[in-house]
Design a protein around this ligand. Structure first.
Ligand SMILES: [Zn+2]
Length: 232
């Protein structure tokens, strides 16, 4: 950030983080990368699924296979991502395929995939992770309800801005939706939002996760003071 911007917003808090796509398939590379940096927030995500000898994004897969099957396969990969990778704390944009849903099929019908979403969310909750409310394709309140139902305790917000002008896009509506579902901000707005204060102790910090993953506990990232490192 330019010095002039920093002067304009002297209290601005910038959290250093990283989103890792398909981290369960690139564990060795990522543990090496994590060992070289300091990250306060680690996101894991799925952008691709295996296709043929390689990988492909939903946009292309929708042209090659029945779109509903692609969405089901995407959501079925989430439990594997959680089970095979313990060094990310937040799952980013679980609704990623919705961005590419074929227009000629009409609006994406979330309810048609409720069972698959719930299965993925349950695995995420059981794995002690945090669900990101991503505002890129708009909000779907039922997703937050399903997250609660399946045992989800914490959420974060992401705008996937890719440009400074879109930072925190839709956060006013997203935070209102989260509050309507019983989630509350921590002491600092940038922290995770929890259902209740007790839940704050149940989501391990990235320092604990990454430290465990590479055998150097606490080597990366500062443990946030408001989140006690208790591994489930
Ligand atoms: Zn992403």
């Amino acid at each position: 950030m330019a010095a002039t911007e920093r002067e304009k917003f002297p209290t601005l808090r910038i959290v250093a983080g990283m989103e890792m796509g398909e981290p369960h398939w690139h564990r060795e590379v990522l543990t090496g990368l994590l060992a070289r940096g300091t990250f306060e927030r680690l996101l894991g995500s799925l952008h691709c699924l295996r296709y043929g000898d390689g990988f492909s994004e939903p946009g292309y897969l929708f042209t090659q296979r029945p779109p509903a099957a692609v969405v089901c396969d995407y959501l079925a990969e989430v439990p594997r991502l959680v089970a095979e990778c313990d060094f990310f704390e937040v799952l980013a944009h679980i609704e990623y395929p919705v961005r590419y849903w074929p227009q000629d099929l009409g609006p994406f019908q979330w309810a048609a995939f409720e069972e698959e979403f719930r299965h993925a969310l349950r695995a995420l909750a059981d794995g002690g992770r945090v669900l990101e409310i991503n505002t890129k394709v708009g909000l779907f309140p039922d997703l937050v309800q399903w997250w609660r139902d399946e045992g989800g305790r914490a959420i974060s917000f992401g705008s996937d801005a890719h440009a400074p002008s879109r930072l925190a896009d839709g956060f006013r509506e997203a935070t209102a939706m989260a509050e309507a579902h019983g989630f509350r901000a921590g002491r600092d707005p940038w922290e995770f939002w929890f259902r209740c204060r007790r839940d704050m102790q149940r989501v391990p910090s990235p320092a604990r996760r990454v430290g465990d993953a590479v055998g150097r506990r606490g080597a990366y990232g500062r443990s946030r003071q408001s989140i006690t490192c208790i591994k489930r």
